[in-house]
Design a protein around this ligand. Structure first.
Ligand code: SF4
Ligand code: SF4
Length: 88
C-alpha cells in the first residue's frame, strides 16, 4: 500500500501554511470546508476540494483533524518557495 508520502501533491502554497490535498483520498464530503474557521477551503463546480484563500490559513489543523480520510495536510510555513519550483 502506498504511503501518504508517495501520493502526488495536488496543490501546495508557500509563504503561509502549506495546504496539501490528496485528491485520490478525498471523497468531497465537505467536512473540512464546514469546519475551517477562516473559510480557506471550498468545492469547485465539480465538487473538487481546493484552497480558495490559502493566505487566510492559520494552521489550526481543524481540517486535518476532522477529515475522515486523511486527505488533507497542513504544515506551518517555513520558507517562501518561488511558484513553479519544487522545495529542496
Ligand atoms: S488549518 Fe485551519 S485555517 Fe487552515 S485550512 Fe485547515 S481548518 Fe482552515
Ligand atoms: S474532509 Fe477530507 S474527504 Fe472530506 S472534503 Fe475534506 S479533505 Fe476531502
Amino acid at each position: 500500500m502506498l504511503s501518504k508520502k508517495e501520493k502526488p501533491k495536488e496543490m501546495a502554497f508557500a509563504g503561509h501554511p502549506e495546504i496539501t490535498i490528496f485528491s485520490d483520498w478525498c471523497k468531497s464530503c465537505g467536512i473540512c470546508v464546514a469546519f475551517c474557521p477562516k473559510e480557506v477551503l471550498a468545492m469547485d463546480e465539480n465538487r473538487r476540494l481546493f484552497a480558495k484563500a490559502p493566505e487566510k490559513c492559520i494552521a489550526c489543523h481543524m481540517c486535518e483533524l476532522r477529515c475522515p480520510d486523511f486527505a488533507i495536510n497542513v504544515e506551518e510555513a517555513k520558507s517562501l518557495t518561488e511558484p513553479g519550483k519544487e522545495k529542496s
